[in-house]
Design a protein around this ligand. Structure first.
Ligand SMILES: [Zn+2]
Length: 248
């Protein structure tokens, strides 16, 4: 078979591996389609697979004893779902819910353990991502405490836009309320405010961002803080990507 082709690997962690390591992982990676609202992990439940998103993205929700939950992190193609496995824990502290439908590569926890132990590159990438995820979770905890709902909604819409890579996406208000851990009526008021200011259009569950700059101005600084840290860390860590060079 001809080997002189460019290989496109959407997931950043997988794309950072050497060709040999990636080929080894491919034998145990399984492509899967993930639908909106699908629960990959329940909080405090056993992890059976780790996921490397291609174009889907997944919310990490933390739950409290009243049954309420709030989003503390959002993971897309820059990362991996199942970070506790890299730290030697096979139980998820978060509920993981698919927010953006799409595809991912997944592997069993058994295979992940085996390959993770033997791949220094995979370890480095996963540890860097763990560090970034911790920053995102901590920033979101502070955001939930100190920033008002409209700022948080603006931040959330911008984060979603970055993952979808489009100014238009479908999100029911009930889902948005669930992610932010607030009442739906509060979300409605904030969305009407954004719509009246012509920042967004909202029609039957589909949101269109009309004024990106305006939305950034309304969002709290948490959006830019986390985004800048991700960009800086990834630039410092940049290595030739398997997906961006011709094969040998
Ligand atoms: Zn904030």
């Amino acid at each position: 078979m001809a080997a002189a082709k460019k290989v496109s690997i959407p997931n950043r962690l997988l794309a950072a591996l050497s060709r040999e390591e990636y080929q080894k992982l491919l034998r145990v990676l399984e492509p899967v389609k993930l639908g909106f609202g699908e629960i990959l992990y329940e909080s405090h439940a056993q992890i059976h697979h780790v996921y490397f998103p291609n174009d889907c993205f997944v919310s990490m929700l933390t739950t409290v004893d009243t049954g309420h939950a709030a989003e503390v992190g959002l993971i897309g193609s820059e990362g991996m779902i199942g970070i506790p496995m890299a730290l030697g824990v096979a139980v998820s502290p978060f509920r993981a819910v698919v927010q953006g439908a799409g595809t991912a590569m997944r592997m069993t926890t058994l295979n992940f353990r085996r390959h993770f132990k033997n791949s220094v590159r995979l370890q480095k990438e996963v540890f860097l991502f763990t560090h970034l995820l911790m920053i995102q979770v901590a920033q979101t905890a502070a955001c939930n405490r100190f920033h008002v709902l409209i700022q948080r909604i603006a931040r959330w819409l911008l984060m979603t836009r970055d993952h979808v890579n489009s100014n238009e996406f479908r999100i029911p208000q009930e889902f948005l309320a669930l992610m932010l851990g607030v009442r739906r009526v509060g979300v409605s008021v904030a969305m009407c405010n954004l719509r009246d200011r012509k920042i967004i259009r909202y029609r039957r569950g589909t949101i269109t961002i009309l004024d990106h700059g305006g939305l950034v101005t309304i969002a709290c600084g948490c959006y830019k803080t986390v985004k800048d840290i991700y960009t800086q860390a990834q630039a410092q860590f940049e290595i030739p990507r398997l997906g961006s060079r011709p094969s040998d």
